[in-house]
Design a protein around this ligand. Structure first.
Ligand code: SF4
Ligand code: SF4
Length: 214
């Protein structure tokens, strides 16, 4: 089972789990369509490039943030990532606190990265007439992608995927910068995770005996 499957299983039967499962399905579809689009039009990022993550802070929805928070709680439990997110909570620009400068695999939460991270640089945008336009990422100095491609309305564009995301979650029109959105979801999901594992605030982790009535 992959990491998203593990997360969906852990929260199955809950409202949070249903939302994350729907988001995972959308991400699968996007993965398939963007891979095909890039293959058909010879679009690739430069080797080892992660400049977009260094230079911007994504705005994300609560549902996108919930899946990332679940990944941090259940899969990648590196607490320095939480510290990085806390440190970045007032930052409006990059680098993204989940970016790893020291690894060729830059994103610490790659399987659950938000929508914009899946589309930036590898997807067309819709123009005013509803046609698709692809422009080379401004950071792509190696020119590993075409400068400009024009399409008709048949090509999926960023706006289509944004609408699909909104359709999954009534609160998806409200977005927040990644650190704030993830911290909020970490708090909520920690509570849910504790409940699902049978713990609560009255748990007694060190087995201290209950006080006896005298
Ligand atoms: S979540 Fe990952 S892919 Fe998205 S900006 Fe941060 S490091 Fe980059
Ligand atoms: S989208 Fe642009 S900045 Fe981001 S990895 Fe690709 S080429 Fe680099």
């Amino acid at each position: 089972m992959d990491s998203i499957g593990e997360i969906c299983t852990a929260y199955s039967g809950t409202y949070a789990g249903e939302g994350m499962a729907s988001l995972a399905e959308l991400y699968d579809k996007i993965e398939e369509e963007t891979l095909r689009f890039c293959f058909e039009h010879s679009i690739a990022c430069g080797p080892g490039c992660g400049a977009c993550c260094e230079h911007f802070m994504p705005d994300i929805t609560a549902l996108e943030a919930r899946l990332v928070a679940a990944y941090l709680l259940l899969i990648n439990k590196d607490t320095t990532l939480i510290s990085n997110i806390l440190d970045a909570r007032k930052s409006t620009t990059g680098p993204c606190p989940l970016y790893r400068f020291d690894s060729a695999y830059h994103c610490s939460v790659y399987p659950v990265r938000p929508l914009i991270c899946r589309l930036f640089g590898v997807c067309a945008n819709g123009d005013k007439e509803g046609n698709g336009v692809f422009r080379r990422c401004r950071f792509n100095e190696e020119e590993t992608m075409p400068l400009l491609l024009n399409f008709g309305p048949e090509v999926p564009v960023m706006q289509d995927y944004a609408y699909a995301l909104r359709a999954l979650d009534s609160s998806a029109t409200e977005v927040a910068l990644l650190p704030k959105a993830i911290l909020e979801q970490l708090e909520q999901l920690s509570f849910l995770t504790a409940m699902l594992s049978g713990q609560d605030d009255n748990s007694n982790p060190d087995d201290t005996p209950n006080p006896q009535a005298s």
